[in-house]
Design a protein around this ligand. Sequence first.
Ligand SMILES: Nc1nc2c(ncn2[C@@H]2O[C@H](COP(=O)(O)OP(=O)(O)O)[C@@H](O)[C@H]2O)c(=O)[nH]1
Ligand SMILES: [Mg+2]
Length: 448
Amino acid sequence: MFDNLSARLEGVATKLKRKGRLSAADIEAALREIRAALLEADVNLEVVRRFTDNIREAAIGSTVSRALTPAQHIIKLVDSELRSTLGGDSFRLTFASTPPTVIMLVGLQGSGKTTAAGKLALWLRRQGRHPMLVGADLARPAAVEQLRILAETAQVDFFSESSDPVSVAREGIARARSLGRDVVIIDTAGRLAVDSELMEEMRRIEAAAKPSYTFLVIDAMIGQDALATAGAFSEAVGLSGTILTKLDGDARGGAALSVVAVTGKKIAFSSIGEKLEDFDAFHPDRMANRILGMGDVLSLIEKAERQMDKHVAEKGAQKLAQGKFDLEDFLEQMQQVKRMGPLKGIMSMLPGVPRELRDVDIDERELARTEAIISSMTREERRNPAIIDPSRRQRIAAGSGSTSMAVSNLLKQFKEMQKMMRQMGVGPPSATKRSASSRSAKKKGKRR
Ligand SMILES: Nc1nc2c(ncn2[C@@H]2O[C@H](COP(=O)(O)OP(=O)(O)O)[C@@H](O)[C@H]2O)c(=O)[nH]1
Ligand SMILES: [Mg+2]
Protein backbone atom coordinates (compact mmCIF):
# COMPACT_ATOMS: atom_id res chain seq x y z
CA MET A 1 0.00 0.00 0.00
CA PHE A 2 1.12 3.59 -0.65
CA ASP A 3 3.91 2.47 -2.98
CA ASN A 4 2.76 4.69 -5.78
CA LEU A 5 1.99 7.65 -3.57
CA SER A 6 5.38 7.27 -1.91
CA ALA A 7 7.16 7.22 -5.24
CA ARG A 8 5.34 10.31 -6.44
CA LEU A 9 5.92 12.30 -3.26
CA GLU A 10 9.55 11.30 -3.35
CA GLY A 11 9.67 12.61 -6.90
CA VAL A 12 8.33 15.96 -5.72
CA ALA A 13 10.95 16.06 -2.98
CA THR A 14 13.77 15.24 -5.37
CA LYS A 15 12.72 18.01 -7.73
CA LEU A 16 12.56 20.50 -4.88
CA LYS A 17 15.98 19.49 -3.62
CA ARG A 18 17.55 20.46 -6.92
CA LYS A 19 16.51 24.04 -6.37
CA GLY A 20 18.13 26.41 -3.94
CA ARG A 21 15.58 29.08 -3.27
CA LEU A 22 11.94 28.24 -3.85
CA SER A 23 9.78 30.79 -5.61
CA ALA A 24 6.02 30.98 -5.17
CA ALA A 25 5.75 29.31 -8.57
CA ASP A 26 8.00 26.44 -7.44
CA ILE A 27 5.77 25.90 -4.44
CA GLU A 28 2.62 25.96 -6.58
CA ALA A 29 4.13 23.44 -8.98
CA ALA A 30 5.00 21.16 -6.09
CA LEU A 31 1.50 21.54 -4.66
CA ARG A 32 -0.04 20.61 -8.01
CA GLU A 33 2.02 17.46 -8.08
CA ILE A 34 1.14 16.60 -4.51
CA ARG A 35 -2.53 17.11 -5.34
CA ALA A 36 -2.30 14.85 -8.39
CA ALA A 37 -0.49 12.19 -6.36
CA LEU A 38 -3.16 12.20 -3.65
CA LEU A 39 -6.02 12.09 -6.14
CA GLU A 40 -4.39 9.24 -7.97
CA ALA A 41 -4.15 7.40 -4.65
CA ASP A 42 -7.94 7.79 -4.39
CA VAL A 43 -7.84 10.13 -1.43
CA ASN A 44 -11.11 11.92 -0.65
CA LEU A 45 -11.40 15.20 -2.57
CA GLU A 46 -12.11 17.31 0.47
CA VAL A 47 -9.09 15.80 2.24
CA VAL A 48 -6.89 16.62 -0.75
CA ARG A 49 -8.09 20.19 -0.85
CA ARG A 50 -7.44 20.76 2.83
CA PHE A 51 -4.08 19.03 2.56
CA THR A 52 -2.70 21.31 -0.13
CA ASP A 53 -4.31 24.44 1.31
CA ASN A 54 -2.65 23.85 4.65
CA ILE A 55 0.77 23.32 3.12
CA ARG A 56 0.42 26.43 0.99
CA GLU A 57 -0.56 28.48 3.99
CA ALA A 58 2.27 27.14 6.13
CA ALA A 59 4.83 27.52 3.34
CA ILE A 60 3.96 31.14 2.84
CA GLY A 61 3.43 32.08 6.44
CA SER A 62 6.53 30.62 8.02
CA THR A 63 10.16 31.55 7.98
CA VAL A 64 12.54 28.80 7.01
CA SER A 65 14.70 27.64 9.86
CA ARG A 66 18.38 28.26 9.21
CA ALA A 67 19.19 24.59 9.72
CA LEU A 68 16.88 23.54 6.86
CA THR A 69 17.05 24.04 3.14
CA PRO A 70 13.82 25.31 1.53
CA ALA A 71 13.23 21.85 0.06
CA GLN A 72 13.62 20.24 3.47
CA HIS A 73 11.21 22.79 4.80
CA ILE A 74 8.50 21.80 2.29
CA ILE A 75 9.14 18.11 2.92
CA LYS A 76 8.67 18.77 6.60
CA LEU A 77 5.38 20.52 5.90
CA VAL A 78 4.16 17.61 3.76
CA ASP A 79 5.16 15.24 6.52
CA SER A 80 3.30 17.12 9.21
CA GLU A 81 0.24 17.41 6.96
CA LEU A 82 0.33 13.67 6.29
CA ARG A 83 0.60 13.11 9.98
CA SER A 84 -2.39 15.26 10.84
CA THR A 85 -4.41 13.71 8.00
CA LEU A 86 -3.69 10.37 9.64
CA GLY A 87 -4.94 11.66 12.97
CA GLY A 88 -2.07 13.61 14.53
CA ASP A 89 -1.10 12.14 17.89
CA SER A 90 -1.33 8.41 18.43
CA PHE A 91 -4.47 6.95 19.95
CA ARG A 92 -4.03 5.82 23.53
CA LEU A 93 -5.94 2.93 25.01
CA THR A 94 -6.56 3.25 28.73
CA PHE A 95 -8.10 0.61 30.94
CA ALA A 96 -11.19 0.89 33.10
CA SER A 97 -10.50 1.34 36.80
CA THR A 98 -13.07 -1.36 37.51
CA PRO A 99 -12.38 -4.17 35.07
CA PRO A 100 -13.27 -5.46 32.62
CA THR A 101 -12.62 -2.84 29.97
CA VAL A 102 -15.19 -3.61 27.29
CA ILE A 103 -14.24 -3.20 23.63
CA MET A 104 -16.81 -3.65 20.89
CA LEU A 105 -15.93 -4.13 17.23
CA VAL A 106 -18.34 -3.10 14.50
CA GLY A 107 -18.09 -2.81 10.73
CA LEU A 108 -19.16 -4.03 7.35
CA GLN A 109 -19.03 -7.73 6.52
CA GLY A 110 -15.59 -8.85 5.47
CA SER A 111 -13.88 -5.77 6.86
CA GLY A 112 -11.85 -7.98 9.15
CA LYS A 113 -13.70 -7.65 12.48
CA THR A 114 -13.39 -11.24 13.64
CA THR A 115 -9.74 -11.45 12.66
CA ALA A 116 -9.05 -8.09 14.32
CA ALA A 117 -10.74 -9.32 17.50
CA GLY A 118 -8.33 -12.25 17.66
CA LYS A 119 -5.35 -10.04 16.86
CA LEU A 120 -6.30 -7.45 19.44
CA ALA A 121 -6.70 -10.21 22.04
CA LEU A 122 -3.19 -11.48 21.35
CA TRP A 123 -1.79 -7.94 21.34
CA LEU A 124 -3.39 -7.27 24.73
CA ARG A 125 -2.22 -10.59 26.15
CA ARG A 126 1.32 -9.69 25.15
CA GLN A 127 0.87 -6.45 27.08
CA GLY A 128 0.17 -8.52 30.17
CA ARG A 129 -3.62 -8.29 29.98
CA HIS A 130 -6.12 -11.11 30.31
CA PRO A 131 -8.66 -10.62 27.55
CA MET A 132 -11.75 -12.64 26.76
CA LEU A 133 -13.21 -12.88 23.29
CA VAL A 134 -16.99 -12.79 23.04
CA GLY A 135 -18.72 -13.95 19.87
CA ALA A 136 -21.88 -11.92 19.36
CA ASP A 137 -22.08 -12.46 15.62
CA LEU A 138 -24.84 -15.03 15.58
CA ALA A 139 -25.86 -14.33 11.99
CA ARG A 140 -23.62 -17.14 10.76
CA PRO A 141 -22.66 -20.16 12.88
CA ALA A 142 -19.25 -20.17 11.18
CA ALA A 143 -18.45 -16.74 12.62
CA VAL A 144 -18.58 -18.00 16.21
CA GLU A 145 -16.44 -20.98 15.31
CA GLN A 146 -13.92 -18.70 13.56
CA LEU A 147 -13.59 -16.60 16.70
CA ARG A 148 -13.32 -19.68 18.96
CA ILE A 149 -10.37 -20.94 16.90
CA LEU A 150 -8.72 -17.51 17.00
CA ALA A 151 -9.12 -17.45 20.80
CA GLU A 152 -7.47 -20.82 21.02
CA THR A 153 -4.55 -19.71 18.86
CA ALA A 154 -4.13 -16.49 20.81
CA GLN A 155 -4.47 -18.47 24.05
CA VAL A 156 -7.21 -16.35 25.50
CA ASP A 157 -10.66 -17.17 26.91
CA PHE A 158 -13.70 -17.37 24.70
CA PHE A 159 -17.42 -17.10 25.28
CA SER A 160 -20.50 -17.41 23.13
CA GLU A 161 -23.90 -19.14 23.26
CA SER A 162 -26.81 -19.55 20.90
CA SER A 163 -29.20 -17.03 22.34
CA ASP A 164 -29.25 -13.51 20.92
CA PRO A 165 -26.39 -11.04 20.46
CA VAL A 166 -27.44 -8.78 23.33
CA SER A 167 -27.56 -11.52 25.94
CA VAL A 168 -24.30 -13.02 24.61
CA ALA A 169 -22.62 -9.67 25.19
CA ARG A 170 -24.15 -9.27 28.65
CA GLU A 171 -23.39 -12.85 29.67
CA GLY A 172 -19.86 -12.62 28.28
CA ILE A 173 -19.05 -9.59 30.41
CA ALA A 174 -20.47 -11.27 33.53
CA ARG A 175 -18.38 -14.38 32.79
CA ALA A 176 -15.21 -12.31 32.30
CA ARG A 177 -15.81 -10.49 35.56
CA SER A 178 -16.26 -13.71 37.51
CA LEU A 179 -13.10 -15.17 35.97
CA GLY A 180 -11.14 -12.00 36.73
CA ARG A 181 -10.48 -11.17 33.07
CA ASP A 182 -9.66 -7.51 32.58
CA VAL A 183 -10.64 -6.92 28.93
CA VAL A 184 -13.67 -8.14 26.96
CA ILE A 185 -13.64 -7.93 23.17
CA ILE A 186 -17.04 -8.30 21.54
CA ASP A 187 -17.21 -9.36 17.90
CA THR A 188 -20.46 -8.34 16.20
CA ALA A 189 -22.24 -9.18 12.98
CA GLY A 190 -21.66 -7.17 9.84
CA ARG A 191 -23.69 -6.71 6.69
CA LEU A 192 -22.69 -5.99 3.14
CA ALA A 193 -24.18 -2.54 3.50
CA VAL A 194 -25.41 -0.49 6.39
CA ASP A 195 -29.03 -1.35 7.09
CA SER A 196 -31.38 -0.23 9.83
CA GLU A 197 -31.71 -3.72 11.31
CA LEU A 198 -27.94 -3.96 11.75
CA MET A 199 -27.72 -0.49 13.24
CA GLU A 200 -30.49 -1.35 15.65
CA GLU A 201 -28.73 -4.53 16.76
CA MET A 202 -25.50 -2.60 17.31
CA ARG A 203 -27.25 0.01 19.37
CA ARG A 204 -28.88 -2.65 21.54
CA ILE A 205 -25.54 -4.39 22.16
CA GLU A 206 -23.99 -1.03 22.92
CA ALA A 207 -26.73 -0.18 25.43
CA ALA A 208 -26.34 -3.53 27.19
CA ALA A 209 -22.54 -3.79 27.15
CA LYS A 210 -21.73 -0.10 27.73
CA PRO A 211 -18.36 -0.50 25.99
CA SER A 212 -15.44 1.73 26.97
CA TYR A 213 -14.40 1.58 23.35
CA THR A 214 -16.29 0.94 20.15
CA PHE A 215 -13.98 0.51 17.18
CA LEU A 216 -15.12 0.62 13.59
CA VAL A 217 -13.14 -1.93 11.60
CA ILE A 218 -12.36 -0.67 8.10
CA ASP A 219 -10.82 -2.51 5.20
CA ALA A 220 -8.13 -0.19 3.82
CA MET A 221 -8.69 -1.66 0.36
CA ILE A 222 -12.18 -0.24 -0.04
CA GLY A 223 -12.94 2.69 -2.29
CA GLN A 224 -14.31 6.10 -1.40
CA ASP A 225 -18.01 5.11 -1.73
CA ALA A 226 -17.67 2.16 0.59
CA LEU A 227 -15.72 4.31 2.99
CA ALA A 228 -18.58 6.78 3.15
CA THR A 229 -20.92 3.87 3.91
CA ALA A 230 -18.67 2.72 6.70
CA GLY A 231 -18.59 6.27 7.96
CA ALA A 232 -22.33 6.00 8.58
CA PHE A 233 -21.48 3.77 11.55
CA SER A 234 -19.93 6.71 13.30
CA GLU A 235 -23.36 8.34 13.49
CA ALA A 236 -25.14 5.21 14.72
CA VAL A 237 -22.86 4.33 17.63
CA GLY A 238 -20.51 6.23 19.88
CA LEU A 239 -17.32 5.48 17.97
CA SER A 240 -14.01 5.72 19.82
CA GLY A 241 -11.79 5.13 16.84
CA THR A 242 -11.11 2.86 13.93
CA ILE A 243 -9.08 -0.24 13.20
CA LEU A 244 -7.63 -0.23 9.73
CA THR A 245 -7.15 -3.70 8.23
CA LYS A 246 -5.46 -5.12 5.13
CA LEU A 247 -2.78 -2.44 4.99
CA ASP A 248 -0.67 -5.17 3.43
CA GLY A 249 -2.83 -5.08 0.30
CA ASP A 250 -1.91 -3.37 -2.92
CA ALA A 251 -4.67 -0.78 -2.84
CA ARG A 252 -3.72 2.81 -3.53
CA GLY A 253 -4.14 3.87 0.08
CA GLY A 254 -6.77 6.54 -0.43
CA ALA A 255 -9.15 5.00 2.07
CA ALA A 256 -6.46 4.89 4.73
CA LEU A 257 -5.67 8.55 4.19
CA SER A 258 -9.32 9.59 4.23
CA VAL A 259 -10.60 7.54 7.13
CA VAL A 260 -9.90 10.07 9.86
CA ALA A 261 -11.66 12.83 7.94
CA VAL A 262 -14.63 10.63 7.06
CA THR A 263 -15.21 9.20 10.54
CA GLY A 264 -13.88 12.08 12.58
CA LYS A 265 -12.01 9.55 14.73
CA LYS A 266 -8.41 8.45 15.12
CA ILE A 267 -7.04 5.20 13.77
CA ALA A 268 -6.31 3.20 16.91
CA PHE A 269 -4.85 0.01 15.44
CA SER A 270 -3.79 -1.31 12.10
CA SER A 271 -3.52 -4.76 10.69
CA ILE A 272 -0.98 -5.64 8.06
CA GLY A 273 -1.50 -9.31 7.26
CA GLU A 274 -3.46 -12.46 7.89
CA LYS A 275 -1.31 -13.74 10.73
CA LEU A 276 -2.34 -12.98 14.31
CA GLU A 277 0.89 -11.11 14.96
CA ASP A 278 0.34 -8.73 12.03
CA PHE A 279 -1.29 -6.10 14.17
CA ASP A 280 -0.18 -3.09 16.16
CA ALA A 281 -1.12 0.27 17.60
CA PHE A 282 -1.26 2.86 14.84
CA HIS A 283 1.19 5.76 14.87
CA PRO A 284 0.41 8.59 12.42
CA ASP A 285 3.95 9.94 12.56
CA ARG A 286 5.54 6.63 11.64
CA MET A 287 3.07 6.03 8.86
CA ALA A 288 3.66 9.53 7.47
CA ASN A 289 7.40 8.89 7.47
CA ARG A 290 6.86 5.60 5.74
CA ILE A 291 4.73 7.19 3.05
CA LEU A 292 7.35 9.84 2.44
CA GLY A 293 9.82 6.99 2.14
CA MET A 294 12.58 8.74 3.99
CA GLY A 295 13.33 6.42 6.83
CA ASP A 296 13.23 8.61 9.85
CA VAL A 297 15.09 11.40 8.13
CA LEU A 298 12.53 13.86 9.40
CA SER A 299 13.26 13.03 13.00
CA LEU A 300 16.88 13.53 12.12
CA ILE A 301 16.10 16.94 10.66
CA GLU A 302 14.21 17.82 13.81
CA LYS A 303 16.94 16.53 16.05
CA ALA A 304 19.50 18.44 14.07
CA GLU A 305 17.40 21.56 14.36
CA ARG A 306 17.15 21.15 18.09
CA GLN A 307 20.71 20.30 18.91
CA MET A 308 23.08 21.39 16.24
CA ASP A 309 24.70 24.71 16.41
CA LYS A 310 22.81 26.13 13.47
CA HIS A 311 25.57 28.44 12.43
CA VAL A 312 28.13 25.66 12.30
CA ALA A 313 25.73 23.39 10.44
CA GLU A 314 24.98 26.04 7.90
CA LYS A 315 28.60 26.95 7.39
CA GLY A 316 29.42 23.27 6.85
CA ALA A 317 26.58 22.86 4.36
CA GLN A 318 27.63 25.94 2.47
CA LYS A 319 31.24 24.89 2.19
CA LEU A 320 30.12 21.46 1.14
CA ALA A 321 27.98 22.94 -1.57
CA GLN A 322 30.86 25.06 -2.77
CA GLY A 323 33.20 22.10 -2.83
CA LYS A 324 35.35 23.72 -0.15
CA PHE A 325 34.61 21.30 2.64
CA ASP A 326 37.93 20.43 4.25
CA LEU A 327 39.20 18.40 7.18
CA GLU A 328 38.76 21.35 9.51
CA ASP A 329 35.05 21.49 8.66
CA PHE A 330 34.94 17.75 8.96
CA LEU A 331 36.31 17.91 12.50
CA GLU A 332 33.87 20.66 13.42
CA GLN A 333 30.88 18.75 12.04
CA MET A 334 32.03 15.56 13.69
CA GLN A 335 32.11 17.28 17.05
CA GLN A 336 28.62 18.60 16.37
CA VAL A 337 27.32 15.19 15.48
CA LYS A 338 28.89 13.75 18.61
CA ARG A 339 26.95 16.25 20.68
CA MET A 340 23.78 14.84 19.20
CA GLY A 341 24.10 11.66 21.19
CA PRO A 342 25.00 8.06 20.60
CA LEU A 343 25.88 7.44 17.00
CA LYS A 344 23.75 4.36 16.87
CA GLY A 345 20.64 6.44 17.32
CA ILE A 346 21.68 8.73 14.53
CA MET A 347 22.50 5.87 12.17
CA SER A 348 19.07 4.40 12.71
CA MET A 349 17.49 7.63 11.55
CA LEU A 350 19.36 7.99 8.30
CA PRO A 351 17.47 7.16 5.13
CA GLY A 352 18.67 4.29 3.09
CA VAL A 353 20.53 2.62 5.94
CA PRO A 354 19.63 -1.06 5.67
CA ARG A 355 17.76 -2.41 8.64
CA GLU A 356 20.47 -4.94 9.47
CA LEU A 357 23.02 -2.15 9.78
CA ARG A 358 20.89 -0.11 12.11
CA ASP A 359 21.41 -2.46 14.99
CA VAL A 360 25.16 -2.67 14.55
CA ASP A 361 27.16 -1.00 17.25
CA ILE A 362 29.29 1.81 15.94
CA ASP A 363 32.80 1.84 17.24
CA GLU A 364 32.94 5.11 19.10
CA ARG A 365 36.61 4.46 19.85
CA GLU A 366 37.33 4.48 16.16
CA LEU A 367 35.68 7.85 15.99
CA ALA A 368 37.83 9.15 18.84
CA ARG A 369 40.94 7.99 16.98
CA THR A 370 39.81 9.84 13.88
CA GLU A 371 39.25 12.93 15.92
CA ALA A 372 42.72 12.62 17.47
CA ILE A 373 44.37 12.32 14.07
CA ILE A 374 42.65 15.40 12.66
CA SER A 375 43.42 17.31 15.85
CA SER A 376 47.11 16.57 15.38
CA MET A 377 47.14 18.25 11.98
CA THR A 378 47.98 21.89 11.51
CA ARG A 379 45.29 24.23 10.29
CA GLU A 380 46.93 24.34 6.95
CA GLU A 381 47.01 20.58 6.64
CA ARG A 382 43.34 20.35 7.45
CA ARG A 383 42.46 22.91 4.85
CA ASN A 384 44.62 21.37 2.21
CA PRO A 385 45.30 17.69 2.93
CA ALA A 386 47.22 17.43 -0.34
CA ILE A 387 50.31 18.88 1.35
CA ILE A 388 50.52 15.98 3.77
CA ASP A 389 53.64 14.17 2.66
CA PRO A 390 55.21 11.12 4.34
CA SER A 391 57.14 13.18 6.89
CA ARG A 392 54.07 15.19 7.90
CA ARG A 393 52.14 11.94 8.04
CA GLN A 394 54.65 10.51 10.48
CA ARG A 395 54.48 13.61 12.67
CA ILE A 396 50.66 13.46 12.74
CA ALA A 397 50.75 9.76 13.55
CA ALA A 398 53.15 10.32 16.43
CA GLY A 399 51.14 13.27 17.71
CA SER A 400 47.89 11.34 17.75
CA GLY A 401 49.27 8.08 18.99
CA SER A 402 48.37 6.25 15.82
CA THR A 403 50.23 4.97 12.80
CA SER A 404 51.24 6.49 9.51
CA MET A 405 49.00 3.91 7.88
CA ALA A 406 45.99 5.04 9.88
CA VAL A 407 46.60 8.62 8.84
CA SER A 408 46.75 7.78 5.16
CA ASN A 409 43.66 5.61 5.48
CA LEU A 410 41.75 8.49 6.97
CA LEU A 411 42.88 10.81 4.19
CA LYS A 412 41.82 8.26 1.60
CA GLN A 413 38.40 7.90 3.23
CA PHE A 414 37.95 11.62 3.40
CA LYS A 415 38.72 11.96 -0.30
CA GLU A 416 36.17 9.25 -1.07
CA MET A 417 33.60 11.01 1.06
CA GLN A 418 34.18 14.31 -0.69
CA LYS A 419 33.76 12.63 -4.03
CA MET A 420 30.57 10.93 -2.92
CA MET A 421 29.09 14.10 -1.54
CA ARG A 422 29.82 15.95 -4.70
CA GLN A 423 28.07 13.22 -6.66
CA MET A 424 25.05 13.33 -4.40
CA GLY A 425 24.89 17.07 -4.69
CA VAL A 426 24.58 17.46 -0.93
CA GLY A 427 23.86 20.87 0.46
CA PRO A 428 21.90 23.99 -0.40
CA PRO A 429 22.36 26.95 -2.72
CA SER A 430 21.24 26.68 -6.29
CA ALA A 431 22.43 23.87 -8.47
CA THR A 432 24.05 26.17 -10.99
CA LYS A 433 25.97 28.05 -8.37
CA ARG A 434 27.10 24.80 -6.84
CA SER A 435 28.50 23.27 -9.98
CA ALA A 436 30.18 26.51 -10.96
CA SER A 437 31.92 26.93 -7.63
CA SER A 438 32.93 23.29 -7.36
CA ARG A 439 34.44 23.51 -10.81
CA SER A 440 36.49 26.52 -9.82
CA ALA A 441 37.48 24.80 -6.57
CA LYS A 442 38.70 21.85 -8.57
CA LYS A 443 40.74 24.11 -10.84
CA LYS A 444 42.31 25.81 -7.87
CA GLY A 445 43.14 22.40 -6.39
CA LYS A 446 44.99 21.47 -9.57
CA ARG A 447 46.99 24.68 -9.63
CA ARG A 448 48.26 24.14 -6.14
N1 LIG B 1 -4.29 -9.74 3.90
C1 LIG B 1 -5.05 -9.47 4.97
N2 LIG B 1 -6.21 -10.12 5.12
C2 LIG B 1 -6.96 -9.84 6.21
C3 LIG B 1 -6.56 -8.88 7.16
N3 LIG B 1 -7.52 -8.81 8.13
C4 LIG B 1 -8.47 -9.71 7.75
N4 LIG B 1 -8.15 -10.33 6.61
C5 LIG B 1 -8.92 -11.34 5.86
O1 LIG B 1 -10.17 -10.77 5.48
C6 LIG B 1 -11.20 -11.73 5.46
C7 LIG B 1 -12.38 -11.28 6.29
O2 LIG B 1 -12.01 -11.19 7.65
P1 LIG B 1 -13.03 -11.40 8.84
O3 LIG B 1 -12.29 -11.16 10.10
O4 LIG B 1 -13.72 -12.71 8.75
O5 LIG B 1 -14.04 -10.22 8.56
P2 LIG B 1 -15.43 -9.89 9.28
O6 LIG B 1 -16.50 -10.36 8.35
O7 LIG B 1 -15.45 -8.41 9.40
O8 LIG B 1 -15.44 -10.57 10.58
C8 LIG B 1 -10.56 -13.00 6.00
O9 LIG B 1 -10.23 -13.83 4.92
C9 LIG B 1 -9.30 -12.52 6.70
O10 LIG B 1 -8.29 -13.49 6.70
C10 LIG B 1 -5.31 -8.19 6.95
O11 LIG B 1 -4.87 -7.31 7.71
N5 LIG B 1 -4.60 -8.52 5.84
MG1 LIG C 1 -16.79 -11.82 11.40
